[in-house]
Every structure is written in structure tokens, then in C-alpha cells.
Design a protein around this ligand. Structure first.
Ligand code: FE
Length: 160
């Protein structure tokens, strides 16, 4: 009897431990930039708010950065966090700016998104939690990933 309890307890501790270790899990209190929805509304346009704060999607081929070719860094429209380098941008033909990886470890969080019965992975800004787009496993080498990002979620800082 006692050994069963110990085994149960061990399993419990292991599962708690693995949850704590899981990187890239949404934790609203961990964002560096936290604002009220009123403050976001004041700062953002209606479309930016809808995409960044309500997980909306801009119309395909409507965004400013779909065919953007300049060299520099794409940053979060909501908080300025560096997200993607122009060097990892590629032409996907989807109508949204696409990248095969993110800029650095502080750039993005990847969160399971099962809305509408799809098993997608949402990409959000690691610093402020704003919605950027989704990541799919049909991208080019070297990662095989396609970060499909809304233009309105981005701003651009050109390289000198
Ligand atoms: Fe942000």
C-alpha cells in the first residue's frame, strides 16, 4: 500500500517538474510589457488591435511587408521587441510575410492553438504577449519551419 502511494507521489512530482521546465508556455504574468486593453486600444489602430490583441488575421496580400526586401529587423508593433531578421525572410506565396526562424531567444513564444478544431501553433511576442501569427512545419531549410506573420503585427528597423 505504502509503495503505491510513493509511486503516485513520484509520478506527480515528475509531471509537475516537466510542466515547470516546459519552455514557451503561455504565462501572462511573465510578460515584461503589461498594459490594460484600454491602453492597447489607445496605442494601436483598430486593425492592429484586432490582430495583436484579439488574435485576428489580416487579409492575405494586404500587408505592407509581404514583398518587403529591405535589410533590417522586424520588431513587434506593440512593444518594439526584435522578432525576425530580414535575412530569414523568404517568399512563401501565402500573402503573409514568412520567416524560417525568429531573431533570438527573447523574440517569440509558441502556444498551442486549437481554435476552430485546427491543431495550429500560435506565435506571440515574448515580451508583451501580442499575437503575431502561426508557425507551420512546411518551411524551407535549414529549419523546415514557416513563421507566417501578420504585417500589421510588425514594424521595421532598417539596417544602416
Ligand atoms: Fe511585443
Amino acid at each position: 500500500m505504502k509503495i503505491n502511494r510513493i509511486i503516485t507521489l513520484l509520478f506527480f512530482l515528475i509531471s509537475v517538474g516537466s510542466c515547470a521546465q516546459e519552455k514557451n508556455t503561455k504565462n501572462e504574468t511573465s510578460y515584461q510589457v503589461i498594459k490594460t486593453e484600454e491602453e492597447w486600444k489607445e496605442q494601436l489602430t483598430e486593425l492592429e488591435y484586432e490582430v495583436l490583441r484579439e488574435e485576428g488575421t489580416e487579409r492575405a496580400f494586404s500587408g505592407k511587408y509581404v514583398d518587403w526586401k529591405k535589410k533590417g529587423t522586424f520588431v513587434c508593433k506593440a512593444c518594439g521587441n526584435p522578432l525576425f531578421s530580414s535575412e530569414t525572410k523568404f517568399k512563401s506565396g501565402t500573402g503573409w510575410p514568412s520567416f524560417y526562424t525568429y531573431k533570438n531567444d527573447n523574440s517569440v513564444l509558441e502556444v498551442p492553438d486549437n481554435k476552430y478544431g485546427w491543431n495550429r501553433v500560435e506565435v506571440e511576442c515574448k515580451k508583451c504577449g501580442s499575437h503575431l501569427g502561426h508557425v507551420f512545419e512546411d518551411g524551407p531549410k535549414p529549419t523546415g519551419l514557416r513563421y507566417c506573420i501578420n504585417s500589421v503585427s510588425l514594424d521595421f528597423v532598417e539596417e544602416d
